[in-house]
Design a protein around this ligand. Structure first.
Ligand SMILES: Cc1cc2nc3c(=O)[nH]c(=O)nc-3n(C[C@H](O)[C@H](O)[C@H](O)COP(=O)(O)OP(=O)(O)OC[C@H]3O[C@@H](n4cnc5c(N)ncnc54)[C@H](O)[C@@H]3O)c2cc1C
Length: 498
């Protein structure tokens, strides 16, 4: 009889071995990892992305303020400052190339402490931020009509933008896949060996070989660093809670409004989103776990702060709260070639403004790896078509060609069956409810899925041949039905027939 060790060795021996040797394996499918993968693909490198979750954009990248910051906030000469300003410039064209919603709305830091505003302006100028100015009086209140009259001055940064960070991350990944990059989801790395200048990565099911590794795993940084035997760093967590307001509130704020910054960060802001909602938040609470909980104290802090700046903020139109965890290490980004193994690039502590800096971080990674040269010609991804963007004549023709465009499954966000099917069959083959929400928005509206979640689950189930009870919201086992409960299972059957 074989003992456990023999069985385990045999299992390892029986693993699928991917015969390719990739130039790079990128760990982590957040906005930074996908930006790196995209840049590698544009430089003609063979690359694979390994993500422990079920889709891209499930970590810090899904729960933030979605602002492409102008760059006045970061301390001059830091990586944060340099890569923020450079990343913002790249995003201006990248979002167009990728067909990602991106709008230059501008931002103000509003307050009455003129000295602090002047310091912030000088800092921005040092960082290379264009067109900064201090504004006051009618000009300020025309720009932000709902700002309280007693707030008299503001630093105005007209180049600040809002971006759809879900679509940015998805589009970076989709374009890479269309142009030859590979992906593995639910890839939980168990070992990494380095022999003859090649890494062999294994999750006990599949072995993947690569010449270089980029560790872009956010909260998971030290797990991968440990397996690689490279530098580990202490990580800190800071929670940021938010309110999301219904699209109904429309233009309550037309641009991003910050209070004066404190030692805890940029403060609780109000901003429109590219989807037409308004965000109030984030708080800034040191915490010891990655659990993105919402707390009564956090929500009160948001209310108090927003009410101190704005006239009648419409909190009664809140449709959702969420939280993101800022994972940091010290005060700046750590972006380096490992001193222990120079074939490894460490990306650690990429918190704010990491979304804005992502494309500049990707360029820096390629420079560190000495991957030079012009970008190759690439195939552009096809953006998802939204019926909301069509006029009635165009819509009529679409429905004539495919009647499923006329079957509206999500009434709050007006999403048709055809759009959801397109998302299910998109390049990354998403299979969770949240992954479909982030692509085409069913369950993102006023009812938060009360009416359409089951319909979307049923489409996922039918199209991907997953039992309805096994459809998940986001993480593995986040079933929307009670899988253990007999009567629950029964009612699921009824629902499937209904
Ligand atoms: C509250 C808040 C507000 C913010 N606001 C802004 C803003 O307005 N503008 C801005 O520029 N920045 C903002 N940021 C910062 C920005 O969100 C982050 O810098 C950025 O999302 C970091 O991206 P990432 O890819 O490094 O990390 P993540 O998005 O966290 O991605 C890391 C990925 O690695 C995966 N992973 C973990 N372990 C493993 C493993 N062992 N193997 C494989 N994969 C693994 C995770 O599942 C995850 O998908 C904000 C952050 C927070 C929290």
């Amino acid at each position: 009889m074989k003992n456990n060790e023999q069985l385990s060795n045999e299992n390892k021996h029986n693993q699928n071995v991917n015969s390719k040797i990739y130039d790079c394996a990128v760990f982590g499918g957040g906005v930074v990892g996908t930006a790196v993968l995209n840049k590698l693909t544009r430089l003609g490198k063979k690359a694979i992305l390994l993500e422990i979750g079920e889709d891209v954009c499930t970590g810090m990248s899904k729960a933030n303020s979605a602002i492409a910051h102008a760059g006045f906030d970061a301390q001059p000469e830091t990586l944060k400052a340099k890569l923020n300003v450079k990343g913002k410039l790249i995003l201006d064209t990248l979002c167009q190339e990728l067909s990602v919603p991106y709008t230059q709305v501008g931002a103000v830091v509003a307050g009455n402490d003129m000295k602090k505003l002047e310091i912030l302006k000088e800092q921005g100028i040092k960082n290379g931020v264009p067109d900064l100015e201090i504004i006051e009086g009618d000009r300020l209140h025309k720009l932000v009509p709902n700002l309280k009259r007693e707030i008299k001055y503001a630093l105005y940064a007209p180049t600040s933008c809002i971006v759809n960070v879900f679509m940015l991350t998805i589009a970076l990944a989709e374009e890479a896949v269309i142009n030859g990059a590979d992906f593995r989801f639910s890839y939980d790395t168990k070992s990494i060996k380095f022999e003859d200048d090649i890494f062999t990565i294994s999750d006990n099911n599949e072995k993947i070989c690569a010449k270089h590794i980029i560790n872009s795993t956010g909260w998971g940084y030290n797990n991968i660093a440990k397996l690689l035997g490279v530098e580990e760093y202490p990580l800190s967590y800071r929670r940021g809670e938010y309110y999301v307001l219904d699209r109904e509130v429309g233009d309550y704020v037309g641009l991003t409004v910050f209070p004066l910054p404190t030692h805890l960060g940029k403060g609780i802001l109000a901003t429109p989103t590219t989807d037409g909602n308004v965000l109030f938040g984030p708080t800034s609470e040191n915490c010891s776990s990655l659990d993105p909980i919402i707390t009564p104290a956090g929500l009160k802090r948001i209310k108090d702060s927003i009410c101190s700046m704005f006239i009648k903020p419409p909190f009664n139109k809140a449709i959702r709260e969420y939280a993101g965890i800022r994972v940091g290490s010290g005060n700046d980004f750590i972006i380096e070639k490992s001193k222990i193994n120079p074939k490894v690039i460490n990306l650690c502590g990429i918190n704010s403004p990491g979304l804005t800096a992502a494309p500049a971080i990707a360029e820096m990674v390629c420079d560190l790896l000495n991957f030079k040269g012009d970008e190759i010609e690439i195939i552009r991804r096809k953006p998802y078509g939204f019926i909301q963007d069509k006029n009635s004549k165009q819509l009529e023709e679409m429905i004539k060609e495919n009647p499923k465009f006329g079957n509206i499954l999500c009434k709050c966000e007006m999403v048709s069956e055809a759009e959801i099917l397109n998302a299910i069959h998109s390049p990354l083959k998403p299979h969770t409810l949240d992954s479909i929400k982030r692509r085409v928005r069913p369950t993102a509206g006023h009812c938060q899925g009360g009416f359409c979640m089951l319909k979307v689950a049923r489409l996922i189930s039918n199209e991907l041949n997953i039992p309805l009870q096994k459809v998940i919201k986001e993480t593995s086992k986040s079933y929307i039905f009670d899988n253990d409960n007999e009567s629950g299972t029964q009612s699921n059957k009824d629902l499937k027939q209904s």
